[in-house]
Design a protein around this ligand. Structure first.
Ligand code: SAM
Length: 445
């Protein structure tokens, strides 16, 4: 059955009342059309790939793909050269470039971050010294978030937490940037997400709206004076969008920002009590449905200063580049900058940190066993020799098998594909041990 005929009648009725008369039919017809396969290039692993594909109008590094692609068997996807992301959500890139033309935020929070599309996009536009906390409340999703950040390997200044928004309520003016991509009724995703369609009801929209209100109520005291909040959903429901932003502006002394996006982009501006919001409707943009609104905090004392947290002693491991950033955390060695350590020290008593910095590896007796993050990180922090391999060998490795390598000397090697780090192997003479993490391995392909 066609998707159009499955749309809930209450939803259709609401959209009919909401959209201009001459747009409603094309809105419905858009539900018949295919979605747009697209990816976002990872600028820290710059590669001449997808160069013939058309850029997304609002984000140059975002590319529409001419046809659907199987990413799971593409070594460049595993090497973090790009991230699969739907086009509309990349508007965040344009917004960030507009609100931060020069100075970037020091402490950024992505509160609802999994699987990581918007947080890895944010991370790619921050400064080297900005610290990003990417949070996800649902445990298995927090693991996916961690995996995606590690694979893209954009910056060492990352902390992944797994907390409920209420756990952030004690952080007064701690962040100068917050993004909330709220869990929502998903009306804009009906083409892609059959679960959202099946679970849709007016009552569920109401619940989503109440949940988003709680989320914003918990997090907004944490935004510093002059800091920005980017609030987004993938639904068209005013209760989850305009009404909430209006409420937040009044309750927390926020001002809404207006953007003059080019008309040709097809984005619909909405003015409502106290603010502006931007809708991506499927009949007007080549992307899925989205709502976004940006607000700035007017009052407060400004970003909370936190004294630097210095570490005591330096650790050196022969296999790693010498640096004061190497620390020992239980049995693990981790790369941690002073900015990161300072933030981490401050939040660690109240938040559940599942990952931070760059995991380097661990000592097993006298041997150093490298971690996957060391292979995926865009900077070289180790001195292992590298072997660049063809796609077929790469796939053997990514499936967890023993890749056929033409090596003479025993030892640990970094396997690369087109010079991007994929993972480590230990060559032991007649075969090698595969260090690619078990949960990451390609199954059934
Ligand atoms: N920003 C993500 C991205 O770009 O990849 C997508 C986020 S998705 C729209 C919303 C996220 O909020 C989901 O990962 C979901 O697990 C999480 N979530 C669900 N309930 C929540 C709650 N009560 N508080 C905060 N986050 C919640």
């Amino acid at each position: 059955m066609q998707l159009m005929s499955k749309l809930p009648s209450a939803f259709i009725e609401r959209m009919k009342n909401r959209l201009p008369e001459n747009e409603f039919d094309s809105f419905l017809v858009a539900y018949k059309s295919e979605t747009f396969p697209s990816i976002r290039l990872n600028p820290s692993k710059k590669k001449e790939i997808f160069s013939n594909e058309k850029s997304i109008p609002w984000f140059e590094n975002g590319k529409y793909l001419a046809e659907k692609k199987q990413f799971i068997t593409d070594p460049l996807w595993h090497a973090g050269a790009y991230y699969v992301q739907e086009p509309s959500s990349m508007i965040l890139g344009e917004i960030l470039q507009r609100i931060y033309p020069n100075i970037k935020p020091q402490r950024a929070l992505d509160l609802c971050a999994a699987p990581g599309g918007k947080s890895t996009l944010l991370q790619s536009l921050l400064d080297e010294n900005s610290v990003l906390i990417a949070n996800e409340v649902i445990k298995p999703r927090a693991q996916i978030l961690k995996e995606n950040h590690i694979r893209l390997g954009i910056s060492e200044n990352i902390i992944i937490t797994q907390n409920d928004p209420k756990d952030f309520s004690g952080f007064e003016e701690f962040f100068d940037y917050i993004q909330v991509d709220a869990p929502c009724s998903g009306e804009g995703m009906f083409r892609k997400d059959t679960v959202a369609l099946r679970e849709w009801s007016e009552a569920n929209c109401q619940l989503c709206s109440e949940r988003s209100k709680r989320i914003l109520g918990n997090i907004l005291p944490g935004l510093a004076k002059d800091g920005y909040l980017v609030y987004s959903t993938c639904t068209f429901n005013t209760k989850e969008n305009e009404e909430l932003v209006s409420w937040a502006c009044e309750e927390f002394d926020l001002s809404s920002l207006r953007f003059d996006f080019p008309k040709s982009w097809g984005i619909t501006e909405i003015e409502f009590k106290g603010g502006f919001g931007y809708y991506f409707y499927p009949h007007k943009v080549k992307g899925e449905g989205l709502f976004v609104s940006v607000v700035k905090k007017n009052s407060g004392l400004g970003l909370l200063p936190v004294p630097p947290f210095k570490k005591e002693k330096n650790i050196q491991v022969p296999e790693l580049t010498e640096s004061k950033n190497i620390i020992q955390e239980k049995e693990k060695l981790v790369w941690e900058t002073e900015e990161l350590r300072t933030v981490k020290n401050f939040i660690s008593k109240r938040l559940n940190i599942v990952y931070s910095g760059i995991e380097l590896g661990e000592m097993k007796g006298k041997d150093f066993i490298p971690a996957q993050a060391l292979a995926s990180f865009y900077k070289h922090l180790h001195i292992f020799p590298e072997v660049d391999v063809e796609a077929e060998t790469t796939l053997q490795f990514l499936r967890g098998n023993d890749p056929q390598l033409d090596l003479d000397e025993k030892g640990i090697y970094l396997l690369t594909y087109q010079n991007l780090g994929l993972g480590f192997v230990k060559f032991i003479g007649n075969r090698s041990n595969n260090y690619y993490p078990k949960p990451w391995r390609i199954k059934n392909y």
